[in-house]
Design a protein around this ligand. Structure first.
Ligand SMILES: [Zn+2]
Length: 268
């Protein structure tokens, strides 16, 4: 009898995880290509005084739901303000080696930590819209982070709000310009927001709140599309949208892995 009940619970758990899999199958493409030409002019002193310091990078969210420990739709559909301290875990690492295990196998092992990691990084950098797809299998110009609706989102570095926009694909999104003292100018984009609390040209410190996670635009579940694009030879696309058939070389010229970007400049 105990064995029977256990078996039934495991089946229920698998069914629930299969539902999570469907719920997190997030379809998104990125539109709106904006070009900006010409390097910034003016003295270094003037630039450093008028443009906010890059400072260092931080993750855009500080609280990640422990998706793997939630076993019902009612649990994982809760907005951020209905979750409590024990519902969150430290930000999982973006670990390419661990992404290579088929998600079904991860679920069958009931490895809570790995289920959370896989659901959190639901679409990988330049990957396909498939939880099992790795990097460089598609054209997704950024990383999708599965989060609770209403989770506060912060700027990943110091900079200035370049634009606040809305369209059918990215929904409500904020684009922030960052000027690294050695490595050039970057633009971070935060899409599908439910609300925005900054305005164009606003100066930002690393981690300063800019809005909240939502599901505006082309998405079937609350998540944050995080993208980092770079200026190349005085031209930028913010946010960059690969056209059909864009080469890997072209994509890597304009956009960088946002997680690796955050890791690289976290200390300085
Ligand atoms: Zn995305």
């Amino acid at each position: 009898m105990i064995k029977h009940t256990l078996l039934r619970n495991i089946r229920a758990l698998r069914r629930v995880h299969a539902e999570i899999l469907v719920a997190c199958a997030i379809g998104i493409a990125c539109g709106m290509v904006i070009s900006r030409s010409g390097p910034m002019e003016g003295s270094v002193i003037r630039t450093s005084r008028t443009f906010p310091a890059f400072d260092h990078t931080v993750f855009p969210v500080s609280r990640v739901p422990n998706w793997g420990a939630m076993h019902s739709a009612a649990e994982w559909n809760r907005p951020y303000d209905q979750m409590t301290g024990e519902d969150f875990v430290a930000t999982p690492g973006y670990d390419l080696e661990k992404f290579s295990t088929p998600f079904k196998l991860v679920v069958s092992r009931q490895n809570t930590e790995e289920i959370t990691r896989r659901l959190f990084y639901s679409t990988k950098f330049l990957g396909q819209y498939d939880i099992d797809a790795g990097e460089y299998t598609g054209t997704h110009p950024g990383v999708d982070l599965k989060l609770a609706f209403g989770t506060p989102v912060g700027s990943i570095a110091g900079g200035r709000v370049y634009a606040v926009r809305s369209n059918d694909i990215l929904g409500t999104h904020v684009i922030i310009e960052h000027r690294h003292p050695r490595d050039g100018t970057f633009y971070s984009t935060y899409a599908h927001l439910s609300s925005v609390t900054v305005r164009k040209n606003q100066r930002l410190r690393p981690g300063q709140t800019i809005g909240a996670v939502g599901m505006t635009g082309n998405t079937s579940a609350p998540h944050l599309h995080l993208q980092v694009d770079r200026e190349y030879r005085g031209v930028t696309h913010a946010p960059y949208q690969p056209t059909d058939g864009a080469s890997l070389q072209e994509m890597q010229q304009w956009t960088v892995n946002p997680i690796r970007f955050i890791e690289r400049y976290a200390g300085a």
